[in-house]
Design a binder for this molecule. Structure first.
Ligand code: IZC
Ligand code: ZN
Length: 437
């Protein structure tokens, strides 16, 4: 084969077990369990892409005439595709530990918001912050994520809520994408809360989003998706529909924060507007799940949020997979209010404990299905020839070990675009002689 004669930039050998879903489309229902497993594997990488992989001896035979620049022995560890976190509120200022006592006293999340706290407290801090401050804080979070094995992250705006402050957040995300090993995918979420200056005038704020924010975001190519917090007391179904359709006209694919707390019909809306994904879905109706399946909407489940809010209810992952044949994805929902954690490995544990997903389903949900929720299934999310060489290397004997042994970081190494960016549990810097962008 042609690649065998060519140059190989990086050859990973000594892979104890390689586990990956297969394909470029979301894996639905029963298919979420089907993984490709190779014991004793190796992967050949050129120009940041996987050019060959397989059983080690067979691969070495195919590569016998290839010029191999660098060979790295993985030491018998577990290798999976780099993890993808398809729902975060990464870029923001400040924190909300002052609301912890209120939360513990049982004050509901939406009540704190209605009293001008919650999201609006983070909006105040984010408006006051410089781009440099936002960049520095988000970069620290990205480093945590990278150390956990995450190679692509979605980041939503929604803490600016003025034209300029929304653009500021999105510009920071772009700068992070340019300068950090993790790839960022941006979502415009001007419809995250109604800012104080528009209190009781939600329709006027919706107008501002549609007539000013969306056109600027689209013109400056600062986001690929448009999301709305469709929730009681925040944005109604009709307001959400208007915003999502306006964004879609400008080329921003809809995403929806749907039916998290109250069954408003966000899942149905996601199906109707051709959303790529709908997130949370704790209270989604059967009709909503059916409409999502019919509309090819990916459910992105966020078990860290229900865990941290202390709610008894969990998203119906088993119904989604077993009854509705949906392709479930998982994400952290990292944000300073309802889910202040960057830990995708905590989410893996909670997906097992609360969502009753199997280790196989969880891996698919954190890789290929998560990639598809960002429209990137053709490029990332599985170990296959032609896909980006984004890989996670775990100090674990099997994927079942990840939800089982919880509360610690199992990631030993990360390969991003064919470059060792984490090794021996440390972020590689120029002093290691490895180029972190
Ligand atoms: O800052 O509370 N749910 N938005 C919708 C969030 C949580 C983020 C926050
Ligand atoms: Zn969210």
């Amino acid at each position: 084969m042609e690649f065998a004669k060519g140059k190989i930039d990086l050859l990973l050998t000594g892979i104890g077990t390689l586990v990956t879903p297969v394909g470029i489309h979301p894996r639905r229902g029963e298919k979420m369990k089907q993984l490709h497993t190779i014991n004793g594997a190796a992967i050949a990488i050129r120009d940041g892409y996987i050019v060959d992989f397989g059983q080690e001896q067979e691969l070495l035979h195919r590569l016998q005439h290839a010029e191999i620049t660098n060979t790295v022995d993985v030491g018998g560890r577990l290798v999976t595709p780099g993890l993808v976190d398809p729902h975060t509120h990464l870029v923001h200022a400040g924190s909300r530990e002052h609301e912890l006592a209120l939360k513990r006293a049982g004050v509901p999340y939406l009540d704190i918001l209605a009293q001008g706290g919650g999201i609006l407290s983070t909006v105040k801090a984010t408006r006051a912050a410089t781009e440099q401050e936002l960049y520095a804080k988000a970069r620290r979070s990205l480093n945590e994520m990278l150390l956990q094995g995450v190679t692509t992250v979605e980041a939503k705006s929604g803490y600016g809520l003025t034209v300029e402050d929304e653009l500021k957040q999105l510009r920071v995300a772009k700068q992070l994408d340019d300068t950090h090993p993790i790839d960022l995918v941006s979502t415009f979420m001007g419809a995250h809360a109604v800012p104080v200056e528009y209190k009781e005038r939600t329709d006027a704020f919706v107008e501002l989003i549609i007539s000013e924010m969306l056109p600027r975001v689209a013109a400056e190519q600062l986001a690929q998706f448009c999301d709305v917090f469709c929730e009681q007391g925040v944005f109604s179904i009709e307001q959400s529909r208007r915003i999502l359709l306006a964004g879609k006209q400008l080329g921003l694919r809809p995403k929806v924060h749907a039916d998290e707390i109250v069954p408003l019909g966000g899942a149905e809306l996601a199906g109707d507007v051709g959303a790529i994904s709908a997130e949370h879905l704790l209270a989604a109706s059967d009709e909503g799940l059916a409409r999502m399946a019919a509309g090819n909407v990916i459910p992105v489940l966020l078990p860290g949020t229900s865990f941290n809010l202390g709610v008894k209810q969990h998203a119906r992952a088993r119904d989604m997979i077993d009854r509705y044949n949906l392709p479930v994805a998982l994400a952290t929902d990292y944000n300073p209010g309802s889910c202040p954690t960057e830990s995708i490995q905590l989410i893996i544990m909670l997906a097992s404990l609360h969502l009753k997903m199997t280790p196989e389903e969880i891996l698919t949900a954190c890789t290929l299905n998560a990639a598809c929720a960002l429209g990137r299934g053709g490029d990332i999310g599985s170990v296959e020839v032609g896909k980006r060489a984004d890989l996670a290397v775990f100090d674990a004997p099997s994927i079942s070990y990840l939800p089982y042994h919880f509360g610690i970081n199992h990631t030993f190494g990360v390969i991003k675009n064919g470059v060792q960016v984490v090794w021996n549990r440390e972020i590689m810097t120029e002093q290691h002689g490895v180029g972190v962008r």
